[in-house]
Design a protein around this ligand. Structure first.
Ligand SMILES: [Zn+2]
Length: 87
């Protein structure tokens, strides 16, 4: 009579593949602007909005907005681009 021993290895560890649901929370509403009058960098949320000939510009304070409204041709090109805007 033969006695056979059976060893059953039940490795029932099936790891559930974890899918990372992290989304990069980098929300930038608007990039920093440059004052068309004095060239100062204006952080998002700062400054004053000025509408000139249908375009909106961001200046750093009311003194610059007054200058821009008083003499827009001095600071803006004919197509509306600020003269101090360099690309
Ligand atoms: Zn300014």
């Amino acid at each position: 009579m033969l006695i056979s021993a059976l060893f059953l290895l039940a490795s029932a560890t099936s790891p559930v593949p974890a899918t990372p649901t992290e989304t990069p929370a980098v929300v930038e509403p608007s990039p920093s602007a440059t004052c068309p009058v004095c060239g100062k960098t204006i952080e998002p949320g700062q400054g004053t909005k000025v509408s000139i000939r249908g375009r909106e510009y961001t200046v750093d304070d009311t003194a610059c907005s007054n200058q821009l409204m008083a003499d827009p041709d001095k600071y803006l090109e004919s197509d509306g681009t600020p003269k101090n805007a360099r690309k």
